[in-house]
Design a protein around this ligand. Sequence first.
Ligand code: UD1
Length: 442
Amino acid sequence: MPQIYNLSTVCNAVTGDCTFLGGMTVEKFVVEGEVQLCGQVTISGAKNATLPIMAATLLCSGVSVVHGVPNLRDIKVMQDILTLLGAKIVREGNTLIIDTTSINHMEVPEHLMREMRASVFLMGPLLGRFRKVRLSYPGGCTIGPRPINLHIKALEKIGTNIKESFGFIIAEAAELAGGEIHFDFPSVGATENAMMAAALAKGTTVIRNAAREPEIVDLQNFLNRMGAKISGAGTDTIRIDGVPKLTATEHTVIPDRIEAGTYLVAGAMTRGDVVVDNILPEFLFSVTDKLQEIGVQIEIGRRYIRVKPGDLRGVDIKTLPHPGFPTDLQAPILSLLTIAKGTSIITETIFENRFKHVDELTRMGAKIKVEGRTAIIRGVPKLTGAIVAAPDLRAGAALVIAALAAEGISEIEHIYHIDRGYDGLERKLQALGARIVRQNCD
Ligand code: UD1
C-alpha cells in the first residue's frame, strides 16, 4: 500500500519546520549505481528566475505569457498562490498564461507561505500594485535561519509601513517613493522584491550592494518588457526609475544554471561523458573552473558544456554570492569530492545548516567531518549503496548523484524535496543511462 499522508503537512520534530504535502503519495528513488552517464541532457527554464517573474505578473492587470517554465512543485505552489489571489492561469506545455485582471486578494494563505520561501516575492508586487499586503513568514528548505529583515528594510526605504503581529507581516504604503537602499548582504530575494516594488514607485530608487545573480538580470528584462525603467542588474548597483503603470508582456525565462551544474557534477562523478545543453555557459564559470581543478575534462560551447572523465583530486571550495561558487551546488559537488583523491575543504558562507547531506553520505561510506561552516572531506575510492533520506532540495540531488556512482543499490527517501526543483530528474537521468526508478514508499 502506498503511504499517504492524510494530514497535509509533515513536520520535523526537532526544528519544527514543516512541508506541505497536500495529501500526495510519498515516493522514493531506487538507484542501481556504478553507471557511467553518457549522452546529452537538455536543461529546463530556471526555477529561481520563473518564481519572481510569476510574482511580477501581479504588478499589472492583463495577460502575461511566460515561456520555458519548468514543471516543478515550487512552480505549482506559486500557481496556487496566484490563483487564490484571483489570477486565472493556464499551462500549455512549458508556457504559463497568467491573467491578473481579477486580482481581488492581498493576503496569502499561511499554509502556502510556509511551503515555499519564494512566496516572500509576493510582497513587492502586491505592494507596488495595491499598496497593501498581508502575509505570514515564508517557509522553504530548512537550510538555516532565513530571516526577511533585508526585504523589510528595503521596502521601508521606499515608503512602506510594516507591522508584524501574531506571525503576520502587514505592509502598507500610502505612496511608494523612490529611495536609497543599501544591503548589508547581497540578498537575492530582497534585491528582487525591492526591484518589483520600486518599479511602480514615484521617483528613482537606487539599490547598492545588490545581488548580481543572472536571475536578477532576467527579472530586470521581464520588468522592462512590462514598461519598467530599470538598469544595472548583474552589477552591484541597480537603478529603478519608477513608472506609473506596467502592462502585460511575453517572456522566455533563462535556463536553470543550478540544474545544469547538477548534471555536470553527475557526469563527473560517474566518470561519464555528458553534454549539458540549452544553457548559458558564462553563468557556470565558477563551477567549470572548479571541476577542471578537480581533474574533470571540460569542453565549453556556445550553448553547452561537456564533461569527460579525468583523475579526480581534492580541492578547496568556498560558496559566495554570484559570480562566486553557488551555495545551491555545494551539496552536489561535495558528493563528487567524497571520491576525489586527497583532502578537500568546503566552506559554506551563505547559509547555516547546509551540510545536512553529510550524515547521509557518511552512511554511503564517505569520510567527512563538519566543523561549523566547514566540511573536511577525505576522498575514498568508492561509495556504497544505502538507504538515505533527502534532507532538502539540493542535498537530495547530491544523494542521487552519489547513488549513481556508488556500488550496489541505494534508496533515497523524502524525494518531495527534489521534486521542488528538478524537472523530470529520473527521466533525464534514465536517458543518460542511469538505472533510477521512482517507487511508492512501502
Ligand atoms: C535565493 C535562491 C536560493 C539560493 C539563494 C542564495 C530563489 C527562489 N532562491 O534564495 O536557491 O540558495 O538565493 O543564492 O531565488 N538573509 C538575511 N536577511 C534577509 C534575506 C536574506 O539575513 O532578509 C540572508 C539569508 O539568511 C542567507 C543569505 O542572506 O544567509 C542569502 O539569502 P538570499 O540571497 O536572500 O537567498 P534567497 O533569496 O532566500
